[in-house]
Write a new protein. Structure first.
Length: 438
């Protein structure tokens, strides 16, 4: 058994025993009350699932296994000559709860290189699609097409113990994550570069090889990709893409089917597609203002005009966060070191100064601060990756690590089929009539 798999088995067996004991003693303990507003409002804030790999705090932002993004940037192993953390190290952390050694992170990197061969039929499926097909549609189709290699589906059909469900899930997760950069880069090159594909370099790390296959062989861009893939990897379990993977996985669909479900959620404008909406809005603003270097006053006028039209400012606000997104700050720090002279980056920084005070002045916005999407597009544009309809695929490659690590945990802990109870509005009215004191 490989070292990561063995470590995960040890951790999962111990936690499974602990959870069983907790439920036996405290299963009837009430942990939260649901309001009618939550029933109708997308279950916002309802505590109804367990997500081991990360937790989101409204003030502090995301923590991966208890570690903040600044801590991860300091503690996680780095690729040779790079200041940014290796995503491979974060995956080890999410599975085991332990910061890996340099050797362990490099082991994951080599494993993913060995497992990265994509089935030929997946490329044929993609080539059958119009190059104009949205990249996220292509990405989802490609993931499902690889399901024919599912270890879980094969072993489930053969018959296996429930206690072993985690094992083929782990194998599928490792294989799928390993292949995603190759698939994603193939989609990018066929959609925007006339299928001038670039062969993978298996001597590179996971993030560096992805950058290489995209066709941007710049050392700083490789560093950006390692940072990007790390900070976008997980955002606790309640967001739409994570919850979709969890829900689909609870039916015992395999990693391929489950991840495709999550990617279809990520493609929504209210979720992962927001990163392309941000840069579209910025480009449109610059076009309307007729300048690449707008003043803060010009930006403020455009922001107010956008709000007056009943539209939102993309990249600002978050369902949970009540402070600037630490992922935004991480990208801003990167830009300050590598891209301080980029004109589009300077625009993003001006927007950051202008938008929050305007939103605060409305008195209705709970969170006027930027989220992760507010900065990522500017960084990518600065390195020549300006095709913003592709940006959510980058997000998806990263998010796969978190949701598939958690899927391994869900199988190891024996989580059941998710089946919340729904009610009708008629039921609500009858309940209120019976229980409301006048």
């Amino acid at each position: 058994m490989d070292p990561l798999k063995q470590k995960f088995q040890e951790k999962a067996t111990a936690l499974r025993t602990e959870v069983k004991s907790l439920l036996k003693e405290h299963g009837a303990t009430v942990v939260g009350d649901v309001t009618l507003k939550q029933v109708y409002g997308g279950m916002r804030g309802v505590k109804s699932m367990v997500w081991e790999t990360s937790q989101l705090d409204a003030q502090e932002g995301i923590r991966f296994r208890g570690y903040s993004i600044p801590e991860l940037k300091k503690l996680l192993p780095k690729a040779n000559g790079c200041k940014e953390p290796m995503p491979e190290g974060l995956f080890w952390l999410m599975l085991t709860g332990e910061i890996p050694t340099q050797e362990q992170a490099e082991w994951v990197s080599k494993q993913w290189a060995e497992r990265s061969e994509v089935p030929e039929h997946t490329f044929k499926v993609l080539d059958a699609l119009s190059p104009d097909t949205h990249p996220m549609t292509q990405f989802s189709i490609a993931i499902v097409s690889m399901q024919s290699d599912s270890n879980f589906a094969r072993r489930y059909a053969e018959g296996m113990s429930k206690l072993d469900y985690w094992d083929p899930t782990y194998e599928d997760a490792m294989n799928l994550i390993a292949r995603l950069p190759r698939v994603a880069a193939y989609i990018y090159r066929r959609s925007y570069h006339k299928s001038a594909h670039i062969a993978p370099d298996k001597n590179m790390d996971w993030g560096g090889n992805y950058a290489h296959m995209l066709g941007i062989d710049n050392a700083d861009f490789k560093s950006l990709m390692r940072l990007y893939l790390t900070i976008h990897a997980d955002h606790e379990g309640g967001n739409a893409s994570a919850h979709s993977v969890h829900l689909t996985g609870s039916t015992l669909s395999d990693s391929y089917m489950s991840l495709a479900s999550g990617m279809n959620s990520l493609a929504g404008p209210l979720h992962g597609l927001a990163n392309q909406e941000v840069i579209k809005w910025v480009f449109k603003m610059l076009e309307v203002l007729g300048t690449e270097d707008p003043s803060k006053e010009q930006i403020a006028d455009y922001v107010n005009k956008t709000l007056a039209e009943g539209k939102v400012i993309p990249g600002y606000g978050h369902a949970v966060l009540r402070q600037p997104d630490p992922r935004f700050i991480a990208q801003k720090c990167f830009a300050g070191e590598y891209l301080a002279d980029s004109q589009i980056v300077k625009v993003i920084w001006k927007v950051f100064e202008v938008v929050p005070p305007i939103l605060q002045g409305l008195g209705k916005v709970k969170n006027p601060w930027p989220n992760v999407d507010a900065h990522s597009g500017a960084l990518l544009v600065s390195y020549g990756l300006s095709e913003y309809s592709y940006y959510t695929v980058l997000f998806g490659v990263s998010r796969a690590m978190g949701v598939l690590a958690q899927l391994c945990w869900s199988r190891a802990l024996g989580f059941p089929l998710e089946r919340p109870k729904s009610v009708t509005t008629k039921w609500v009215k009858e309940y209120l009539a019976e229980n409301t004191v006048i």
